[in-house]
Design a protein around this ligand. Structure first.
Ligand SMILES: C[S@@+](CC[C@H](N)C(=O)[O-])C[C@H]1O[C@@H](n2cnc3c(N)ncnc32)[C@H](O)[C@@H]1O
Length: 255
């Protein structure tokens, strides 16, 4: 996926088609490659109750537009980390005038060396899938949070198109049974969840309709690889939810 994300962040910075796609699907162009629309981003902000000056770490921040929105809304300081140099370079260039609120660094979620007891919150939107070991990652994030710090993650779990229906463990769709839940429990963390599966389905349906509409613009810009990637995501999520084999949650945990 590394090469895909490098190519993705390189072209979307100047893509009118992708900006229009994000505006129409998510309500605002924050260059989303995750599945959170503005309702979900605002739910994340509400869950955090951030105060000006709070220190927040965002994992898998892409080109930092979501981090910038959260910093603008709350006055918190966000440190964004992503393994895409393209995404991080753009984030740094775009937010050069907001250094007191925004810092970005290239980093792999699997090899981060985080400072101990530093952050008031650690957040992630659709990026923890890239952790090779959820239990170890959660342990590292827990150690980087100040006492009382919050771990707040958007996470979806469901059947991938290449997995046979009968092979998918549907019993693990319950919020207390997902692989992320298992990692939180293994680290002794209690958590609450908000179910966003219905919203995820509605967004998948909307993504498909908007992509149908915008295909000529993506083609004219020579970026059909992004159109195809986004169509694949939307169709896969929609089908799995309709089968009852996909769920999306906001996980909230406090150290
Ligand atoms: C599905 S996108 C979500 C991006 C953004 N959070 C959003 O909601 O639009 C996943 C992000 O994780 C990043 N990523 C993938 N693997 C990673 C890794 N091993 N370490 C850090 N970031 C990674 C990608 O570059 C991409 O920005």
């Amino acid at each position: 996926m590394y090469d895909f994300y490098e190519a993705f962040y390189k072209v979307v910075e100047h893509s009118a088609a992708h900006a229009e796609f994000c505006r129409r699907v998510f309500g605002r162009n924050l260059c989303q490659h995750g599945f959170a629309d503005m309702e979900q981003v605002d739910a994340l902000i509400a869950a955090l109750n951030l105060q000006p000056g709070d220190q927040v770490l965002e994992l898998g921040c892409g080109n930092g537009m979501v981090a910038e929105y959260i910093a603008d809304q709350t006055g918190a300081h966000i440190t964004g980390v992503d393994y895409s140099p393209q995404g991080i370079e753009q984030a740094q260039r775009r937010t050069g005038g907001k250094r007191e609120h925004l810092t970005f660094a290239v980093g792999d979620i699997n090899t981060l060396e985080l400072p101990a007891e530093t952050y008031d919150a650690i957040i992630s939107i659709d990026s923890i899938y890239f952790s090779n070991d959820y239990t170890r990652s959660v342990r590292e994030w827990q150690a980087a949070l100040r006492p009382g710090g919050k771990l707040t993650l958007f996470y979806a779990y469901g059947r991938e198109p290449w997995v046979a229906k009968d092979d998918f463990p549907a019993e693990n769709l319950a919020p207390e049974r997902t692989p992320l839940a298992a990692a939180l429990i293994a680290n002794g963390l209690r958590f609450t969840t908000q179910n966003f599966t219905a919203q995820d389905h509605a967004l998948a349906v909307r993504r498909t309709a908007v992509l149908d509409d915008l295909r000529p613009q993506f083609e004219a810009e020579g970026i059909l690889f992004i159109w195809e990637n986004r169509c694949g995501d939307a169709q896969g999520v929609r089908q799995a939810i309709e089968e009852g084999l996909h769920a999306r949650y906001l996980y909230r945990s406090e150290t």
